[in-house]
Structure formats: C-alpha cells, structure tokens
Design a protein around this ligand. Structure first.
Ligand SMILES: [Zn+2]
Length: 409
C-alpha cells in the first residue's frame, strides 16, 4: 500500500480499477447498476495493462508517457548487458528453465525491476532490450516521462492510499480499503484489483462462472462504497478498467513461419512476440524484405502503418518498440509467444485494435462525470474534477482528439 501525506476534511473519492473488466463482460449483468447509475464504455489504447494504466493515470498516450509493451530495444541502456558475453554458449546452456529463473530473481532482487518482472525473452537476445517498467507505475515517480495523478496529489498535499497486488490480494484490498476509509486516513483511495484478468482469460465465455465472479466483486465494492458513504455522504465512487477481454477463436503460429525463413537472430533481425502483436528490428536488407513479405499476405493480422501507429498514440521516433509492428485481428492469438507457451490456451485475450468492441473498458460512477468520458485517457481529467485539483495546463493535442474520435460510441 502506498500513501500520501495526511490532511483533513476533503471530499472522499474512491476509484476501483478492475483489470480486464470490459464493457462486454458487464453488459446484461446489472453490475453495480443501483450504486453506480452513470455508465459508459471507454475506448482503451493499443497494448496491454503496461500501456493502459499509465494512460489512465496521466491522460496521455503511450508515445507521450513512454510505457507501451514491457520490452523495448535499447542495447546501450539494457540492464542485461552483462549477459552479452554468454551469447557464444550453446542455446541449451544459455536459454533454459533454470537460467530464466535465475535472471528473473536477479531482475526482481538485484536489478530493481520490481516483483512482477519475468524473464520473457531468451537470455540470448535479452542484452539488446530494456524493461519499460523499472518502477511501480502506481507510485509517485513511476511514469517514465512526466507526472501521473499520484505525483500531482503529492504536489498538492492531498492524502491518498493506493492498494495493489504488490502488497495485497484482491480480498485483502477490499478489507484494508474499507478499514482505512472508515478510519479517515485519506481522502482519495485507488484500489487496483488485478485478479479478474487471469480469471477472464480462462472463463470469459462461461456465463455461470462469470456471474459468480461478478457478484463477488459487486458485493465487496458495495462494502467499500458503503464505508465511503458513511464517512462522507457526498463521496464520489467509480469503477473503471484498463481494457476488456475478447473471446479467442483462432490461432496462428507466426514464430514458426518466421523461423522457416532461415534468417539468423540476432545477426539478421530481432523479434519479440507479445500475445497479439509481433515486433521486429532488422539488421540486414534480406531479413527486412522476407519478413515483410511473409507478413503482408496474412489474413490473421496486418502490419501497422506509420499513420496507424501515430493515430493510436504508439509511434516512437526512435522505433524502440519495433521497426515493424504486426497486429493480430481481434479473436486471433499466436499459438505461442514470448509471453505464453503453446500449452496455455486462454479463451480470452486483450491487446487488439481498440476499435474492437470487446476491448472496451468501463466507467461506472455514482455521480454524472463533469468531463466527457470517451477513452481511458479521460480518467485523468475526471480524477482532477472529482478530487478538486486544478485542470492540467496542457491542452488536448490534435492526436488526443483523433484518439477520442476513434473511440466515440
Ligand atoms: Zn491479461
């Protein structure tokens, strides 16, 4: 739990951020309908929670706050440079279960990459990459470029509490938050509830299971909200999410297709296979040409153009997140990726084009929002209005407007 300094008699604001609770998941379930009657879907950003949560906390795009996918190309700044001399060892010696576990533990305990760091990439190519989340994104100073709402709360001396998986389970978060609200220890409470994501990956298409799980969250959110209302009858309560969950229908083994081109990694190219997108960097013309040709006639997905990357707010000038990005169409999944082995067969996935309706996040609140709510980036100005902070000086850019337009329902 992270806390800010204490001050007295402010309006209580409670925001529950429920990972992966999409608009389509709650549709038809009357989830918290009586408590939170002001409701609408929010367009997410292209990417995973690693991109969406910083956007929600800053109101800015991944290209602006610097967080998109977890690994980015940075051979000079890589915290794994010390692994480079080992690249001459045979594959089986450098890349196996034990070596990945050792690197994971070193990453968490020695390199300071946090308790959720996983060695997803082969140690053979890891020295070329940096990790995009070196600090807790839910703490002040956690965002790579610029402040988040938490930095602003510290600057304005607003007392707050943040609860997350780093210290507590979802069940413990509800208990601790209700207790702290009753004790009057702060005025803003952010509950990051992360456990529904794993559940929805496996059960998003199983209605009975979903109903049971939604009831569990509904009951506990109502406890917390009752505690807030007892402490402050005018309390502002809201539930939001970072993205939705799209049912998986078809699989494609892109890693195998690329391996079949007989190019050498890392001499010719580098590839990172996220769950729904593949990102490439090229070091030979032949590699660029043959990988482009291999990807361009695929019906399962598409190469994102520069215009699309810009419109989606994920165009980085230095191409740190990929010289070429191939995105799967909604409902497709790589048979295996750096983030899931072939044995894992989820029924749901996220990380598709934000225009996919299953990708929509949610915004539910007990009061009508005082700012337009169209995308998850609008959570940031909503927090400003709810907590009573002065609006930020930066006006909406042309990009923000197009991003919002793309998501208008
Ligand atoms: Zn997930």
């Amino acid at each position: 739990m992270i806390s800010g300094t204490c001050e007295s008699s402010r309006r209580i604001v409670v925001l529950a951020l429920v990972d992966a609770l999409g608009w389509k998941c709650i549709e038809g379930h009357h989830f918290l309908e009586e408590t939170l009657p002001h409701r609408r879907p929010l367009t997410t950003v292209l990417g995973y929670s690693s991109a969406a949560i910083p956007t929600l906390l800053t109101g800015r795009t991944p290209a602006d706050h610097g967080h998109w996918n977890l690994f980015y190309y940075d051979p000079e700044g890589s915290p794994f440079r010390w692994l480079a001399p080992l690249r001459f060892l045979p594959d089986a010696l450098i890349d196996n279960r034990v070596s990945r576990k050792i690197i994971k533990e070193l990453g968490r305990r020695v390199l300071g990459l946090g308790p959720s760091f996983e060695c997803n990439l082969s140690p053979k190519i890891l020295p070329r990459f940096n990790y995009a989340e070196p600090r807790d994104i839910l703490a002040p100073g956690g965002i790579n470029f610029g402040p988040s709402i938490l930095d602003e709360l510290v600057a304005k001396d607003v007392a707050y509490r943040v609860y997350s998986y780093r210290q507590l389970t979802d069940a413990e978060i509800f208990e601790r938050a209700a207790r702290d609200i009753t004790a009057g220890t702060a005025s803003f409470f952010l509950l990051y509830l992360s456990e529904l994501d794993a559940f929805l990956h496996m059960h998003c298409t199983q209605r009975e299971e979903l109903v049971k799980r939604l009831r569990w969250y509904e009951e506990r959110l109502n406890w917390v909200f009752q505690a807030a209302r007892s402490a402050d009858p005018e309390a502002i309560l809201a539930v939001t999410s970072d993205h939705g969950m799209t049912p998986v229908q078809r699989h494609f083994d892109l890693a195998q297709k690329i391996a079949g081109l007989h190019l050498k990694m890392p001499a010719d190219y580098l590839a990172v296979y996220d769950s729904t997108m593949a990102r490439f960097w090229f070091f030979s013309k032949r590699a660029g040409n043959s990988i482009r040709a291999c990807l361009s006639d695929r019906s399962c997905g598409q190469i994102l153009t520069d215009d699309e990357l810009r419109r989606l707010g994920v165009q980085f000038q230095d191409r740190r997140y990929g010289e070429l990005v191939f995105l799967l169409r909604p409902g497709w999944l790589f048979s295996r990726s750096d983030f899931n082995g072939s044995a894992w067969r989820p029924r749901g996935m996220h990380g598709y084009d934000p225009a996919d309706p299953f990708s929509d996040a949610i915004f539910l609140s007990n009061r009508p929002p005082l700012v337009p709510m169209r995308t998850i980036a609008d959570i940031h100005p909503w927090l400003h209005s709810a907590i009573g902070l002065a609006p930020t000086a930066s006006p909406r850019s042309e990009f923000d407007e197009r991003f919002a337009e793309a998501g208008s329902h």
